[in-house]
Design a protein around this ligand. Structure first.
Ligand code: FAD
Length: 283
């Protein structure tokens, strides 16, 4: 089912996972997917890393398993900055052949030493996908604090509107730890004419290394409440995980009370984390 249609009658909750590096360990993968399926997500999205971790083919393979073996709607992330048109076309053909309708169309991060691609921005990829096959339902990324490379928030919003104009059907936010940032962003996006649904992306904190890696990569700001949790439980990983899950659950409950269109949990390959969050919020 097209993800965009899910927003029409309820508030979708989705999870994000990544293809394991190397061979897909069948037993591990199945037990992870069994656990995710039991949580009845609206859809599961699978990350893509062209030229990066070398798992780009695995994205299509995993999306196919989720959709066609597990009967869960799936979305394939697809980046363009490190791929040429031929590579993108062949992924689209494979997705179509597998009956996959949903794509999260992204620019991706530049890889040093890679030659320039046929694409510069996600909006170009979105236009290309629409032109190749307008049956795909296309999601795009958005940034409550502005994209890390963007000099001005208003330029970033303008470029976001270009993604909607190119054919994006819904948006998923980068992680954020303060809901006020999301509400302000949403207001500005709506004022700029963005009227497609915006799913709020939430990542539970699980440890200092995970958090510092993420915030350096995406530029999300850390509120003092998170810093306090990280310090308090520095030497107690179980309590840190519990506090991180509780913080994420609180964020989600508040977002739901404040009209978020959907919730995307960066659960990565940890179904138990998604399960604990959903248990707290009573989903
Ligand atoms: P764009 O929308 O192209 O924006 C990138 C930058 O260019 C922004 O600063 C924007 O303001 C600017 N810009 C856009 N258009 C123009 C223009 N016409 N002129 C000048 N400037 C412009 N990365 C992966 O590699 N694999 C994944 O699976 C993945 N999944 C993600 C999922 C989500 C929900 C999110 C939020 C991010 C994900 N990313 C992933 C990271 C993403 O690839 C990076 O954030 C990347 O740096 C930007 O991607 P984008 O699609 O937002 O790019």
């Amino acid at each position: 089912m097209r993800i965009a249609d899910k927003f029409k009658d309820h508030i979708p909750v989705s999870f994000e996972i990544f293809p394991p590096k190397g061979e897909l360990g069948v037993d591990t993968l199945r037990s992870i997917l069994d656990e995710f399926k039991a949580l009845e997500p609206d859809y599961i999205s699978v990350t893509y890393s062209a030229g990066g971790s070398g798992n780009s083919e695995k994205t299509v393979e995993l999306v196919n398993i989720i959709e066609n073996e597990y009967g869960i709607d799936a979305s394939a992330h697809l980046t363009c900055i490190n791929s040429n048109i031929g590579e993108v076309r062949s992924v689209l053909e494979q997705l179509k052949a597998d009956g996959i309708e949903n794509i999260l169309a992204l620019r991706g991060d530049r890889i040093d030493g890679k030659s320039p691609s046929d694409f510069h921005y996600a909006s170009e990829l979105i236009s290309y996908i629409k032109k190749e096959n307008d049956k795909f339902c296309i999601g795009a990324a958005c940034y409550p604090e502005g994209h890390i490379e963007c000099d001005s928030f208003s330029d970033d919003i303008r470029h976001l509107k270009e993604k909607q104009d190119a054919g994006a059907d819904f948006l998923v936010t980068q992680l954020f730890f303060e809901n006020e940032l999301f509400y302000t962003f949403r207001e500005k996006a709506v004022a700029a004419g963005i009227n497609i649904p915006i799913e709020a992306g939430i990542m539970p904190i699980l440890g200092k290394t995970q958090v510092s890696k993420m915030i350096f990569k995406c530029g999300a700001s850390l509120p003092s409440a998170i810093i306090r949790i990280l310090n308090k439980y520095e030497n107690d990983p179980d309590s840190l995980k519990k506090a991180g899950i509780e913080y994420a659950a609180e964020q989600i409950s508040e977002l739901l009370s404040n009209g978020a269109d959907g919730i995307h949990i960066y659960s990565m390959n940890r179904p138990e984390i998604a399960r604990d969050i959903l248990k707290i919020i009573g989903e």
